[in-house]
Design a protein around this ligand. Sequence first.
Ligand SMILES: Cc1cc2nc3c(=O)[nH]c(=O)nc-3n(C[C@H](O)[C@H](O)[C@H](O)COP(=O)(O)O)c2cc1C
Length: 506
Amino acid sequence: MNTDPLRLLAAMALGLAWVGWTAWVWWRNRAVQPDAMEERAGAAERPSTVLMPYASQTGLAAALAHEAAARLRAAGMAVTVLPLSAVDTARLRATSFLLIVASTIGEGDPPDNAAAFVARTLPAVPGLSLTGLRYGVLALGDRHYRRFCGFGRALDQALAASGAQRLFDRIDVDQGDPQALAAWRRALDRLAPGRLAPPESESESEPSIVRWQLAARTHLNPGSPGEPLYHLVFEPLGPTPAWRAGDIARIVLEETEPDAPAQDLVDAHTAGPSGATGPQVWPAAGSVRPAGDVLAGAGEVRDYSLASLPSDGRAELLVRLHRRSDGGLGRGSGWLTRQLPLGASIRLDVRANPACHVPEARLPLILVGSGSGLAGLRAQLKARGETLGRQPSACGPAWLLFGERSPAHDRPFADEIDAWLAQGVLQRADHAYSRPADGRPGRHVQSLLVQHAAELRDWLDAGALLYVCGSRQRLGEGVEQALLQLLGDEAVLALREAGRYRRDVY
Ligand SMILES: Cc1cc2nc3c(=O)[nH]c(=O)nc-3n(C[C@H](O)[C@H](O)[C@H](O)COP(=O)(O)O)c2cc1C
């Protein structure tokens, strides 16, 4: 062993110098590394161009995509907003930053305006190797459904499987939950730190709220073998907001007190198809429910197609009383048709539903519906009637195909339909009854499409827009099958993509 003291001292000094130098390097790196890492990550994840597709049935996802785009544009980014169906694999490959806003409908299904994407693009996504793509998903849904945000999840999983990197974890929004939407806006802000100024018109607060008073409730189908259908009329307790045929009334279930005496209000059932009101069948305001009865489901929201136009000065709805399998009443329909006293005021927000707007009154219009789906069809026919009154040459022909249960008891708004036929708002109206009660077999509205297949093709060849409104299960699926059978998959997809097959199904 070497015991020379000088060499020992030199070795110790060298060792100390090495330790000191490495410690200094470590300290220096330790001090600068976080910023440098953040800078690198930030630069890589700070987009200048963003693709923002939306998949939306009733318009919320579309509205949120446009709002987010305005927010990012205000920060100097170039943002392209488009329906998800306009996105194909080539576009995905050419994209670096993707923000998708997607709702889920049916039982975990994609909205209609995502149909082409789901048919052609989604199955290929996991195999695309999109390692250069950064993405984020805002998934809209409702926890009452078994497959909460099912479509948003499917998109997120497919993109992750392709090797694309998440900019942030998927944000699931339960019934428009403001906290989840605030998280989404914060995620947008992080994409452009220090640069973001919300657009002037945008406010994160609730939309201006108009309360509405229940002015009339009419039972439209007494004696029907089906569940009761009600026509509800709400009058605004403030300025009437603007809306278009196809738009939606979002109603918040809440405990209510009557705001007005009930003597001028109508709560009745119709004497027959004419719509004339018969005897009052409901108690007057304030006497419906025992004191202290707490509304189950308070705070929940329900969407209904508006059956009237702003020019009517009222929001009118058609509500079918829903009976659950355990015999109880649906919370929304039970409250509106059985509990809400006349004269009570409720919160009703009008929501734009661009997917169900008819872009041009000149287009021939084929209206297909059943039951409470008449609400959306009625609004479209009222809009046509207004156009016809103003400028007859701007109004195209319309054809109504409508299904109900019994011809004796289920003929809602028969007088109005006759008047529209007489005025030329409607060129023809065909009805199908599932329970005719005269020995003839029952049939559904899709059988009308099959029966009149030749005319259907003629109307479509003339550029007609097909508008379907009613229960997804009872109407939407049957009509879809009939169309696929009559026209073929490609033709139905082409109609959808051209915006000529619009569905308001629930
Ligand atoms: C008929 C219907 C079916 C729905 N099905 C589901 C579902 O299966 N899962 C879910 O999470 N949300 C479901 N929802 C809730 C919607 O996703 C939610 O209302 C969403 O905000 C709608 O967005 P949109 O207006 O962009 O279509 C459904 C809503 C409706 C009206």
